[in-house]
Write a protein that binds this ligand. Structure first.
Ligand SMILES: [Zn+2]
Length: 165
């Protein structure tokens, strides 16, 4: 099976088995990110420091469209927020959910796998640098285990939070 837009070799497959080639994946990634930026009003925001791979990607995609004033963007992505949402749920301090909404988080809906593939295709060097507490690590392991049966589990976690409002 080839890319859904052309006949080239696919590099990415969605859970619904749709496939994308290199350029198709880059278009998908950037379009999705810009849509999030628009939807959650991030144009008036500051770019991030470039030490983490994700910071470089944010600056690369958003460099020309943000004012670089106002609130600083956050570099964390779906793998972080899915963990933090479950952590807050367990702590019962649900007021903390407010800081876990997508505002100023351009990579909120992106998995590590998507970020790493985008970086590879665009030849952006670096690593995802992530520090987790012991509890966060446990929750992450739990999610990794759940992902064996449901590849979209992290999306399900953040989307459930957004639906609850
Ligand atoms: Zn294609």
């Amino acid at each position: 099976m080839a890319c859904k837009n052309c006949s080239k070799k696919p590099v990415w497959e969605f859970t619904n088995q749709t496939k994308l080639c290199r350029s198709g994946f880059v278009r998908y990634f950037e379009k999705k990110m810009l849509k999030i930026v628009r939807k959650y009003g991030m144009r008036n925001s500051k770019l991030v420091k470039k030490d983490d791979l994700r910071g470089k990607i944010i600056n690369n995609v958003m460099g020309k469209i943000v004012t670089n004033k106002g609130k600083k963007l956050e570099i964390e992505n779906l793998n972080d927020y899915s963990v933090r949402i479950l952590e807050v749920l367990m702590s019962k301090d649900i007021k903390k959910f407010d800081c876990l909404l997508p505002n100023y988080k351009p990579l909120y809906f992106f998995t590590d796998a998507e970020i790493l593939l985008y970086a590879k295709i665009k030849n952006i060097k670096g690593k995802i640098v992530r520090k987790m507490t012991g509890k966060e690590k446990k929750i992450d392991d739990f999610l990794i285990h759940l992902e064996n049966g449901n590849k979209d589990i992290r999306h399900n976690v953040v989307n459930s939070l957004l639906r609850l409002g």
